[in-house]
Each structure stands twice: as C-alpha cells, then as structure tokens.
Design a protein around this ligand. Sequence first.
Ligand code: FE2
Ligand code: FE2
Length: 345
Amino acid sequence: MSSCLIPEEAEAAAQQKRILNCKQVDVNQLMPLKYHWAWEHYLNGCHNNWMPSEVPMQKDIELWKSNRLSNDERLVIMRNLGFFSTAESLVGNNIVLAIFKHLTNAEARQYLLRQAFEEAVHTHTFHYIVESLSLDQREVFDMYNAVNSIHAKDAFEMKLTEEVMQEGFTTDTPEGVQTFLKNLIGFYIIMEGIFFYSGFVMILSFHRKNIMTGIGEQFQYILRDESIHLNFGIDLINTIKEENPEVWTPEFKDQIIDMVKEAVELEIQYAADCLPNGILGLNAALFRDYVGYIADRRLERIGLKPQYNTANPFPWMSEVMDLDKEKNFFETRVTQYQSGAALVW
Ligand SMILES: [Fe+2]
Ligand SMILES: [Fe+2]
C-alpha cells in the first residue's frame, strides 16, 4: 500500500479495516483512518492531562487528622479508596493483557495506549492519597480481599479477564466474539460505567459540602477520564456488533441483561456496605434507584432495553459533568495545564 494514496484509494483502504480479525490492513498503519470516533476519543483524552500530585491536599490532611469527621464519614472515604485503588489496576491489566492483542485496528489501539496510561495515573492517585493522609497502605490496597462487597465486584471482573486470557482463545468464532464482547461490556459498561459511579456520588457528595476537597478534586478528574473511557467502550462495542451482527442474538442479549442485573445487585450491596447509616443525605435505598438508573442508561447506549425505570435521585451528578458548571466544581484548582486547563467532557 503506497503512503500517498489518492482520496478514492485511501477511502477504499480505510474501508478494509475491521476492529476484530482484520486480515487486509497492517495494524501498524494508522492512516488512512476508518474509525474516526477512536481518534476523537484519543484526542479528547490527550486534552485532559493531569497528575494527582498537583492537587493540593493540605485541607484534607488537616481535616482527616482532626476529630471533625464522623466514623461513618471515614468509612465511606476508606471503602471508596479501597475499591478504586485496585479496581484501576484491574482495568489497566484488562486493557493490556486481554483487549489490546485482539483489536486488529491501529486507531482503536492508539486509544487503548492512552487509556492504559490514564489508568496508571488513576492508580497513582491512590498512592498519593494514601501517602498524603498517612493511611495504612495495606488496609487500603488489600480491601479487595478483605471486604466482601469489594471482593465480589472484583471477582466478577477478573473472571472476564481470565476468559479472554485462556490458552487458545480466539475471536475467529462467533462464540469467541461473544466472550470478547462480554469482557468489553463487563469492563466498559459495568466496571467503568456502573461500579465506579456510586463511588463518584459518595466522594463528590463530600466535595459539594466542602469536605475532603482534595480527594473530591481527584475524583472529578478521574470521573472526567472515565466518561471518555465509557464512551470509547460504547463505540467499540457497537462497532463490533455492527461488524459481527450474527453474534448479537436474542439469547446473547438476554445473557448481557442478566450480567448487568447481577452487577447491579453487587453494586447495591457495595453501597449498603459503605453506608450502614445514612450520611450527607445519602443512604442505601437511594443507591438502589441510582444504580438502576445508570444501568438503564448504559443498556440503552448498547441497544438494550432499560430494566429498572427508576428516577435519578442525584440529578446534581449530571451537573458535575456539565461544561457550564466547571468553574464551581474546580474552584480549588491551582495548576493550569497547557492543554488540559479547560474541562472538556
Ligand atoms: Fe480509571
Ligand atoms: Fe477507566
């Protein structure tokens, strides 16, 4: 293939690209682009550079060391640090060990490389918070073994990584494509699109009340990154569906809905575990509605029917992600980035 293609040749070459099992186009040749959405997500990610160590933590340190936080408030914060600190690694591992090798497309791989870096930055965030607040490192990073509701969510995900990593796994068969789609749905839709969101609500509820604003700010940056990860995942899943329509059978759709329902129950259990007594206007019952609400939104995005039809009890969460509101939420920001200063969702 020549490097200076005339437009019709470039278009023809691009059209031969496929996300899975591409045998026509060299995976090392980014251009001509076919999947412009993947490139756009890559550029959006690159515009959001941030480092956790640039977020001031002094106010958090003072508050954490004072007696002004209740035990219930400390529990919510600790459980969320415990969940996210290892969940970020699981997502990174899944990209590198399970997804990357099977995507036979340069622009999708380009995005995965960026996302993997962002997951490393997110893991770094928990290192930084643990160091800043002088928390027990082992307690935080071992919570995915020690706390049942965290362990259950992570075990659900790790099984999906293992299935794709099994010796002889291939996407050459319809069953293989289905297993691969389950992995993508399990990570992009469920882990990053559902399991992360109760934690975002809990930590950002503190931030809205001006409590633990350093951690709150870090979570806002993570949320911004995760919303791009989720959108990339949805585009990826929908493209694989379009290119392999034979695998998207009624039975398979039912399996996916069952998977999401199982995950919703795990997430509700996790929220109940974090909030044995209500705090800051949050309680486990509200999370039942919220998790159902976001699960429905995710199902719709991949062409599946909503299952819960609950109202969003935290409408302010969409405001957090609203561009016009960025100044209120990022008022603590002191560092300006060359390209990342503007919050673009
Ligand atoms: Fe992440
Ligand atoms: Fe992510």
